[in-house]
Write a protein that binds this ligand. Structure first.
Ligand code: C2E
Ligand code: MG
Ligand code: MG
Length: 264
């Protein structure tokens, strides 16, 4: 596709994105996270999908456009509200310690009303902040570190958990780990994918686990697809795993069924 065509296609998609909420075209899927020490589901990641003209568009294709156009702010609010409602239903079903994670993109995070919209989503759903986790990427604190720190501390002090998504793929200095009130590192799936063949990947994963543990952080590996990945991560005493090996992302109704089966 030519560059001009690509730009036109993006502009077209952005136009359609503007109506995505009123047309009710977004939906959420959920991926359970398994704790390796007790085989229990301790967390769930929320992932968004866009259903348009009977086609499902991946967030990889539309979240960058939503960021670019600023539409990530209303879309992100919608995602937070829906995720908190589902989390509240889980708590009411008896999963009182479940933590539901929501991805937050940099432009959404740096919007002045971000923190207020998180508190609003909690209030409206009646969810306790201790059942909510926000996943941020290193991109969030590359700019305006002072303002970022302030928002993170405020969210953290209200009881919300914070994790760093795609850890190991950013280019920023590791010194931020000392200053930020982070709970968890999510080891990027690119290191897990080939770790059964590739010694370098194994070294990177074990170094991240060691680093996280030394800093008192909890660790989760993403993109765990094979039982050899699970064995390796167990040997490192990585806390949690997430990936197709345990469950693909599933819709809310399926999630409730999955949780019921997993807890017996
Ligand atoms: P992420 O937050 O790192 O999410 C993990 C991605 O890996 C998800 O892709 C998930 O479906 C996929 N995945 C999970 N297990 C496996 C596995 O075993 N193997 C492989 N190959 N992939 C696996 P998805 O849902 O397409 O999302 C892609 C990215 O889009 C996310 O990466 C996140 O950066 C962004 N995204 C998704 N939902 C949201 C959202 O609600 N808000 C924002 N701001 N970004 C989102
Ligand atoms: Mg994520
Ligand atoms: Mg990730």
């Amino acid at each position: 596709m030519s560059y001009a065509n690509k730009i036109e296609q993006s502009a077209n998609l952005i136009d359609k994105l503007r109506q995505v909420i009123e047309k009710d075209e977004l939906f959420l899927v959920f991926q359970p996270q398994l704790h390796l020490s007790n085989n229990k589901i301790t967390g769930i990641e929320t992932l968004v999908r866009w259903k348009h003209d009977s086609e499902i568009i991946s967030p990889v294709d539309f979240i960058p456009l939503a960021e670019q156009s600023g539409l990530i702010v209303p879309i992100g609010e919608w995602i937070l509200n829906q995720a908190c409602l589902i989390a509240k239903q889980l708590v009411e079903l008896g999963y009182i310690d479940i933590i539901v994670a929501v991805n937050v993109s940099p432009r959404q995070f740096s919007h002045p009303s971000f923190s207020a919209s998180v508190h609003q989503a909690l209030r409206q759903s009646g969810l306790s902040p201790r059942n909510l986790e926000l996943e941020i990427t290193e991109g969030v604190f590359m700019h305006n570190e002072v303002a970022t720190l302030e928002v993170l501390h405020e969210l953290k002090s209200s009881g919300i958990s914070l994790s760093i998504d795609d850890f190991g793929t950013g280019y920023s200095s590791l010194s931020y780990l000392k200053r930020l009130p982070i709970d968890k590192l999510k080891i990027d799936q690119s290191f897990i994918r080939d770790c059964h063949h590739n010694e370098e990947d194994r070294v990177i994963v074990s170094t991240i686990v060691e680093l996280g543990k030394s800093l008192g952080l909890s660790l989760i590996a993403e993109g765990v697809e094979e039982s050899v990945h699970v064995d390796f991560l167990k040997s490192l005493q990585c806390d949690e795993i997430q990936g197709y090996w345990y469950s693909r992302p599933i819709e809310a109704a399926q999630l409730f069924e999955f949780m019921k089966k997993a807890s017996v």
